[in-house]
Design a protein around this ligand. Structure first.
Ligand SMILES: C[S@@+](CC[C@H](N)C(=O)[O-])C[C@H]1O[C@@H](n2cnc3c(N)ncnc32)[C@H](O)[C@@H]1O
Length: 541
């Protein structure tokens, strides 16, 4: 057992700022693997490495003489320590820093005391008054109660909470919320729709900020486009002015040792309804990387003004800007094309009685993602773990579609696949059966439940499989899941452009490079001349 006890009496007077961060970092590393795994998963505990905490803290610009800081889900106190030490190092430091740290887990409270102790000491050496408050409470419960009380006439709030925080620094817990969970219901009481705990934390924190208050948070990237995050995204973008996004190029590195496989981003925003004209996008290869690229893009390129889903697009560099410029030449939506994209109707455990491992009399093909191989439909797949067929009977009619042309896209791309969108043409000639079933892990493009025109479908497959669409898709989708909403949000070439494309190609015969060249020649004669916004490499934070 690693000793994580800190002897407060002997915290030496000469502790410097670096000591404070280093001690926290040593503790974080020592605690890895030693932590109670039940708490780790119940409370979504992944602690922020010190360099990331310092990067986050460096984003605050607050110049108030008295600064109130919120750290919700404080863990070991790394984030508020980074914020406090950051403010201490200012040329004109504040006169008074107040920190309110919420933490639910008993076992972490002593570490937060330690961190508060460090902060107090460091502030004292800089002539700054420090007030630390540890709230050993459930932030959701307390935050909701605070905000409900704040709306009543007689507000019993603490002074700092009543006035609002100037800065909130968060690495919130990540946990999916089921609809009957108390956290979800509590948040709904004050109008917050949260499909994940981290979004609940962000929504509460932004509500607890003072006007022009600053929020910096490291979170999974899923809120940028996930369909379940739409309401939050809208509220967030309405209440907060997005200023900066920071990406880590390496997908898993930031919390690698903690086995966090989500793609993480740092988001920095101020509480104001006045939109920033530009958003700064910084990218570093990993947490130790002091050199990162800075790219400034127009706000409208990050959040498209007419996007009903308010997706957040992360345009990282000039290549990314060219992609945006190229895609913005297409204005046709799927609705304009009278095409719909849906998830496959067959949910296998619900239709279990009708599924057959191998085709037999009175069955029709049932397609799973495994049947899409090397750009074509390969069916049946004998000996596969998934059924190959579904009984064609009146009970299954609502699950089947006519055997016509469709475009199929896997909902989850596999790790081996280089591209996120894998589109395949389903051609009816392969199958004598009158109908076909698409399993729920496939998206399929159709026209009111019927097939598509074959040439149009072919053009659509070519467009969806282009590197251009893949690069555009990655700007707003940070995971391997391809939702029907994502596919609906892309703009497409016109019907005649798609048909011209579809008329020209034999899909299987084309390499990726040949396909991209054809797309460029047919659809993008102007793309090369577009200029991107400013791009530079920056040393330090
Ligand atoms: C992802 S960790 C981050 C910890 C710390 N902020 C950091 O960056 O290292 C989330 C923290 O939130 C705490 N937590 C989880 N649910 C909470 C709740 N409902 N109220 C307060 N804290 C909570 C966890 O115990 C954990 O310490």
């Amino acid at each position: 057992m690693i000793n994580t006890h800190v002897d407060y009496e002997n915290v030496s007077q000469e502790h410097t700022i670096q000591d404070a961060m280093q001690q926290g970092e040593l503790l974080r590393m020592a605690m890895r693997g030693e932590m109670n795994s039940e708490n780790k998963s119940a409370f979504g505990q992944f602690f922020t490495p010190a360099p990331v905490a310092q990067l986050m803290a460096s984003m605050f610009t607050c110049q108030e003489p008295v600064i109130r800081i919120l750290d919700a889900g404080a863990g070991l106190g790394t984030l508020f320590t980074a914020a406090v030490t950051g403010f201490c190092q200012r040329e004109t430091p504040p006169e008074h820093i107040l920190v309110t740290a919420y933490e639910i887990d008993d076992s972490l409270i002593e570490h937060i005391h330690r961190a508060m102790h460090h902060c107090e000491h460091i502030c004292a050496t800089h002539g700054i008054k420090f007030t630390g408050t540890i709230k050993h409470e459930d932030f959701i419960e307390s935050g909701v109660a605070l905000l409900s009380q704040a709306n009543t006439l007689f507000s019993p709030l603490d002074d700092e909470e009543a006035a609002g925080f100037h800065c909130a620094i968060l690495n919130p817990p990540y946990k999916k919320l089921q609809s009957d969970w108390l956290e979800k219901q509590r948040l709904q009481e004050i109008g917050i729709e949260a499909s994940n705990l981290y979004v609940g934390f962000l929504a509460l924190a932004m509500k607890l900020l003072a006007p022009l208050g600053e929020l910096v948070a490291i979170t999974p990237r899923s809120f940028c486009n996930g369909p379940y995050f739409k309401k939050f995204r809208r509220d967030f973008l309405h209440t907060m002015a997005l200023q900066r996004l920071h990406m880590f190029e390496s997908r898993t590195h930031t919390f690698k040792a903690d086995e966090v496989l989500q793609e993480n981003i740092i988001v920095y925003a101020t509480k104001s309804q006045e939109r920033a004209e530009q958003v700064i996008i910084t990218t570093s290869s990993d947490i130790e990387d002091d050199l990162f690229s800075t790219y400034t893009v127009n706000y409208q390129q990050v959040i498209h003004p007419n996007d009903p889903h308010s997706f957040i697009h992360i345009v990282q560099d000039s290549d990314g800007a060219q992609v945006v410029a190229a895609i913005s030449q297409f204005h046709t939506t799927l609705a304009d094309l009278h095409i719909t994209v849906s998830t496959g109707r067959v949910v296998d455990f619900r239709a279990a009685d009708y599924l057959r491992m191998e085709p037999e009399a009175a069955t029709v093909p049932l397609l799973y993602p495994l049947h899409l191989q090397h750009g074509v439909v390969r069916w049946p797949s004998p000996g596969s773990k998934k059924p190959n067929a579904i009984v064609d009977t009146y009970q299954t009619q609502s699950l089947l579609v006519p055997n016509e042309h469709y475009v199929l896209v896997k909902r989850f791309s596999s790790k081996e696949e280089k591209k996120r969108i894998v589109a395949v043409l389903y051609e009816p000639d392969q199958f004598p059966q009158p109908r076909v079933g698409f399993e729920n892990h496939l998206n399929y493009f159709h026209q009111e439940g019927q097939g598509l025109d074959p040439i149009l479908a072919r053009g659509l497959v070519a467009y969806l499989n282009s590197s251009l669409v893949d690069a555009y898709f990655r700007q707003f989708n940070g995971h391997t899941q391809v939702n029907a909403t994502d596919l609906r949000s892309i703009t497409y070439p016109t019907r005649s452009q798609l048909e011209a494309l579809g008329g020209q190609i034999k899909l299987q015969a084309l390499s990726q490079a040949e396909l991209d060249e054809l797309i460029k020649k047919e659809l993008l004669p102007m793309a090369e001349s577009e200029e991107g916004p400013t791009h530079q490499l920056t040393q330090g934070k």
